[in-house]
Design a protein around this ligand. Sequence first.
Ligand code: ZN
Length: 338
Amino acid sequence: MYFYCEKCKKQYPLNTHSIRCSCGGLFRLHKDPDEIVPDGVSIGHMITPLVRAQAGNIEVLLKLENLQPTGSYKDRGAATLVSVAKSLGIEKIALDTAGYAGASIAAYAAAGDMKCRVYAPEGMPKGALQQLDAYGAETVLVPGTRMDACAEVKKHLGTDWYYASPAYNPLFIEGVKSLAHELYEQLGGVVPEYIFVPAGNGSLVIGLYLGFMEIGRLPRIVAVQSAGCAPLYRALREKLGLPLPPEPPQDPVNGQNYAIERPKRLNEMLFAIESSGGDVVTVTQSELQDAQKDLGHRGIYAELTACAGLAAAKKFFPHGKPDNYRVVIPVTGSGFKG
Ligand SMILES: [Zn+2]
């Protein structure tokens, strides 16, 4: 396995301390089909439940990723990234985060007996900080937004700390592919017709795309973004020549600091969505809250943004759906966070 540049194709070893190619291109992962990806660092192998549920006019299949060891699907990416890093002899890893990724990487780093340093924006929820502390991670609070945290970690990486960023390091996306394979097995060797996933930096959209490509068939991947911060939605509409909604006002109180305004892998996400015949849907805060209640009434406590898939599916199929459509919705994170 090695990294290569998405633009100039230059190759880099997996233990590179470069964040991206010298030409500015992002890394992608090359893996031969028969190559085994190390999985030595584990908190216990988890297969999350896939359960049927009625939501509004439609029946959906909820994939309970909120039950992963640290409470989010990001454990899939973290397990692979940390396992590979460990197999390469790397002992210190760092990342910037405003959400789940920090907990996932920190937990797997702890399981792998590695040092982990997390750069987080000052306004990071207290519960998330406590979780990082419990895993023994060193947390550096950075004034400003997650973009400031990202700028700060890059100053301190040097040759000491390996960058375990879900946005930059393709090993994270490699790990998320397991979600596609697990769904395929749980559905008895069938690829679902639709899958609805929140789209921030793209690890779910791209990971599912790559995973289902290995299986040989794609579900329609519908990416979901907050109406208040929807760069992917805008990019797709622009590409299709559709009118753009007005720019929403900035609202730092309602978590705009944590939204990803300029996702690094926007074009990769667009390619995945278009190749799958999918779409991008936006949801409002109150639609998220309704979906959170829907899940709560089934005994599932999900974090608000983790309800994006369900909120979007209800909106996408206002009059129900054909009975034979399997609509999968990963519940991406637990409500016990924050
Ligand atoms: Zn390059």
